[in-house]
Design a protein around this ligand. Structure first.
Ligand SMILES: *[C@@H]1O[C@H](CO)[C@@H](O)[C@H](O)[C@H]1NC(C)=O
Ligand SMILES: *[C@@H]1O[C@H](CO)[C@@H](O)[C@H](O)[C@H]1NC(C)=O
Ligand SMILES: *[C@@H]1O[C@H](CO)[C@@H](O)[C@H](O)[C@H]1NC(C)=O
Ligand SMILES: *[C@@H]1O[C@H](CO)[C@@H](O)[C@H](O)[C@H]1NC(C)=O
Ligand SMILES: *[C@@H]1O[C@H](CO)[C@@H](O)[C@H](O)[C@H]1NC(C)=O
Ligand SMILES: *[C@@H]1O[C@H](CO)[C@@H](O)[C@H](O)[C@H]1NC(C)=O
Length: 785
């Protein structure tokens, strides 16, 4: 018989304010763990995990396993997730008959293991975080690893019977609607299971299985996250956490917002950082906003909102969605009207999808079918008409190429609503209108937009910043709703943004002697400020803009901050002088490292392609003001000392467009060779012009040759890109820069060329968005075969 080893515990400030807490390594037959005064814990031999009662509030608790050293004591498993027990008088006992039983204060059994008939002698918590019941011989008769909650730990097998289920919300730990499990087709999937519907949203349902890199053919249905942070699944899903390597505590968690993430623990701060996530776009999570609701990126982060005529059902839980603010039977009458919501869709639930229809025919089909509540009409090639029986999985994103039309009683006499004015936008303009008719927006957790998201425990600015970088997201500028720590960081940064005098900059640049480059918008000079900071000073050509407008524009640009965008430190505006002060980047612009004698390695090129895509995606999708760059080319992609890309000159199109009749705007509207065809066709300019420019840059980077020189090579002047695209048959060898002598990743190269080709197609509606580009490049980020 082994005795109880007792060591004192000092750490559990969060749980019980008791004088005597006891921690042991073994729970023997007949022993109990009590809640309350004599609070006791079981710890793993390396002390990484603790098993015991976990407080959920003033009077409830779980029997749970948690990370001992994470700042928030992150729970990885609970016995009684949906049935918390009383904080006084509950206990867990390893009964003499072999069952581990949790009893509430009144003696009622809240949970028990099924091990009565077995010869259980003791319970141990292993270093892996697995609670096991063992017999004398050490055989495992029951283990917590067999019944995961929302978290999978390294080495914990995920099998055909396993399922990770999210909690309902950040504040509500009951079972939520998002799940990870192997589907009957052998593919590991993320599925939202609400009372209404079950929708699989990962892997991407719009792609075929092999396009997602998965297979249906292996029925073993087994997956595991190993100790190094590598995930391997029998359906060929392989991915690595970004910090792959030994000695780091990690967890794979099905989060309440429907995303699946790997978190890594920083042992010194106890905070978690995201080192992998399944979906880069939160609105790709189906069902995150519930029935009749839309997921929108407005103004910055994903939020749920109701369409006009609908109100939120329960603003503490968005999974319940929106309910009609009118008598629903009115929709069955003939007195109905349709309300157009552009760039929006409800995914699935099509009563009928038909091609080659006019908008009017589509409208009539929905009108005549009493089951139809909305229809989606898109004019891509021929008209496509989708008649909806339910409004579920709604999302509105600026570049979605279609409108949803919802049926409403005509008594509501809807005026035309506006969500996002993505099309018809002039280059660089920042119209970004919010949904009319919805009085309020809520985050996924139901709180009135308050920016906390799910990282309330990550207090240190550094940790938060790291998360931003990992998520490829935003930095926030709005005062309200920003965690104090972030705001402090922002103030710190913004205080460095200031106005300079002309003489100051003249001195810094030694009277504008060292010219770094010259473009449509002006010349750039190297300078050293009085505080020894090395800067690049851009002298804008003659600007006729009024001071006031100039200030407004500049302060907007000054607030834009992303690791892949060149930081702006300040500006000068005196008489006719307009100057901008940027951070100086050691390695200057990309063109010098692709077309010249010095050239980037494959790894660097891939990183540049991905980083540039992230910077553009940020400008197009997450940025406070919606910015189109309008002049994406290698000269505008700068490289820092680690050859990480930073995009320069964003926001300038906007700055320069308002002069006079717009002729200046035309002057800087792009650079030959990188300009999308729609410029020539005088179509409205959308963010797809940047996608085009990006595609050209990517293809040039892969080939290591300037576009105009391909023309020479291929003997056909201007249409070098289109002729390449026409001729490309999927081959990689022979396309990639010969100077690399074959030292490049084949899959990465194929991915880059595919992305480049897709970005330069003539029909802009068929070009991907930058967000999609980021997603597809991230999928191959670690594949350097
Ligand atoms: C657990 O208990 C249930 C019902 O009490 C029984 O059907 C099942 O076979 C038991 N499982 C094991 C592993 O003993
Ligand atoms: C199926 O997957 C398992 C686990 O990844 C692997 O060991 C096995 O070889 C695979 N079977 C086939 C037929 O590919
Ligand atoms: C942990 O956090 C500290 C403080 O923020 C930081 O200095 C350190 O680099 C982090 N460690 C890892 C492994 O990220
Ligand atoms: C809705 O309208 C129908 C028919 O007009 C009526 O019978 C029903 O009572 C109304 N329901 C409510 C809740 O007002
Ligand atoms: C969809 O509607 C078209 C036109 O009314 C009809 O021909 C077709 O059969 C319908 N398809 C389905 C699946 O109902
Ligand atoms: C994960 O990392 C290992 C090296 O630790 C590497 O062999 C493997 O290819 C990587 N997998 C992915 C999907 O990046």
């Amino acid at each position: 018989m082994r005795g109880i080893i007792t060591i004192p515990i000092f750490l559990y400030v969060f749980t019980f304010t008791t004088a005597a807490s006891k921690s042991s390594l073994i729970l023997n037959r007949g022993d109990s763990i009590n809640v309350g005064k004599e609070s006791q814990f079981l710890t793993s031999p390396d002390a990484a995990f603790t098993f015991g009662f976990y407080s959920l509030g003033t009077n409830a608790c779980w029997l749970a396993i948690w990370f001992t050293n994470s700042a928030d004591k992150t729970v990885v498993w609970t016995a009684n997730r949906n049935r918390p027990v009383n904080r006084k008088g509950s206990k867990a006992t390893l009964l003499r008959d072999g069952a581990l039983v949790l009893t509430d204060v009144d003696g009622a059994v809240a949970w028990q293991t099924n091990t009565t008939s077995f010869d259980v002698t003791a319970a141990h918590l292993l270093n892996t975080g697995n609670l096991v019941l063992q017999n004398q011989k050490g055989d495992i008769l029951w283990q917590s690893f067999d019944s995961p909650m929302d978290t999978l730990l390294p080495s914990q097998p995920f099998t055909k019977n396993s399922r990770l289920t999210s909690v309902a919300s950040q504040a509500n730990f009951a079972t939520g609607i998002f799940n990870l499990y192997f589907g009957s087709d052998n593919v590991l999937r993320l599925i939202s299971d609400s009372p209404d519907t079950s929708t699989s949203y990962w892997p991407n349902p719009n792609l075929r299985m092999y396009e997602n890199g998965r297979t249906n053919y292996n029925s073993s249905r087994i997956a595991v996250l190993d100790d190094l942070g590598r995930f391997l699944s029998s359906d060929l899903l392989h991915f690595n956490s970004s910090d792959v390597g030994p000695g780091i505590l990690r967890r794979l968690t099905m989060d309440y917002d429907g995303n699946l993430r790997i978190y890594s623990l920083n042992a010194s701060t106890g905070s978690w950082s995201v080192t992998w996530q399944a979906l880069s776009q939160p609105c790709d999570v189906m069902g995150v906003c519930g029935r009749n609701a839309f997921c929108v990126y407005a103004p910055l982060l994903p939020k749920c909102t109701c369409p006009p005529g609908y109100v939120v059902e329960d603003d503490t839980n968005w999974n319940t969605g929106c309910k009609p603010a009118f008598n629903i039977t009115l929709l069955q009458s003939t007195q109905v009207n349709f309300l157009e919501i552009p760039h929006a869709d409800f995914y699935g639930f099509d009563l009928n999808s038909t091609a080659a229809l006019t908008l009017e025919t589509c409208r009539r089909m929905c009108l005549e079918d009493l089951r139809c509540v909305a229809f989606n009409y898109r004019l891509v090639g021929e008209g496509m008409c989708y008649i909806k029986s339910a409004m579920l999985n709604g999302y509105a994103v600026p570049d979605f190429p279609a409108s949803i039309y919802i049926k409403l009683p005509d008594t509501l006499a809807p005026s035309k609503p506006k969500i996002f004015h993505a099309s018809g936008q002039r280059c660089g303009s920042d119209e970004r209108e919010e949904l009319l008719g919805s009085s309020s927006m809520y985050d996924f957790n139901g709180r009135r937009v308050k920016w906390v998201y799910m990282y309330s425990f990550a207090a240190a600015l550094g940790a938060i910043e790291l998360m931003f970088i990992l998520l490829g997201w935003w930095f926030l500028f709005r005062k309200h709703g920003i965690p104090a720590s972030v705001e402090a960081g922002y103030n710190m940064i913004s205080s460095q943004f200031r106005q300079y005098t002309y003489s100051e900059l003249k001195k810094a640049t030694k009277n504008f002697t060292e010219e770094l480059g010259r473009g449509g918008s002006g010349a750039v000079y190297k300078g050293v400020l009085s505080d020894d900071r090395v800067v690049a000073v851009k002298k804008l050509g003659d600007v006729f803009q009024a001071q006031e407008e100039y200030f407004a524009e500049i302060s907007t640009i000054g607030k834009i901050n992303h690791m892949n965008l060149v930081r702006i430190w300040g500006f000068c505006s005196e008489r006719r002088h307009r100057l901008l002060v940027y951070e100086y980047l050691d390695n200057l612009s990309l063109d010098r490292h692709v077309f010249g004698s010095s050239f980037l390695s494959w790894k660097q090129r891939y990183a540049v392609a991905l980083g540039t895509a992230k910077g553009l995606a940020y400008l197009h999708h997450e940025c406070l003001e919606w910015v189109i760059h309008c002049d994406v080319k290698p000269e505008n992609i700068l490289l820092d000392s680690d050859f990480q890309p930073k995009i320069a000159d964003f926001g300038l199109a906007k700055l320069l467009q308002r002069e006079g009749d717009g002729s200046e705007f035309t002057r800087i509207r792009g650079t030959k060779g990188y300009m999308a065809p729609e410029w020539a066709l005088s179509l409205p300019i959308t963010s797809k012009v940047d996608v085009f420019g990006y595609g050209v840059v990517v293809l040039e980077m892969v080939r290591g040759v300037r576009l105009c020189n391909w023309g020479e090579e291929e003997g056909d002047g201007g249409g070098a890109v289109s002729s390449f695209v026409r001729r490309w048959r999927g081959e990689v060898e022979g396309v990639v820069d010969g100077r690399l002598e074959g030292r490049f990743g084949r899959r990465q190269a194929a991915a880059l060329i595919q992305v480049g080709v897709a970005c330069v197609v003539e029909d802009r509606n068929k070009r991907p968005t930058m967000a999609t580009v980021v997603q597809s490049l991230m999928a191959c980020e670690y594949e350097e075969d």
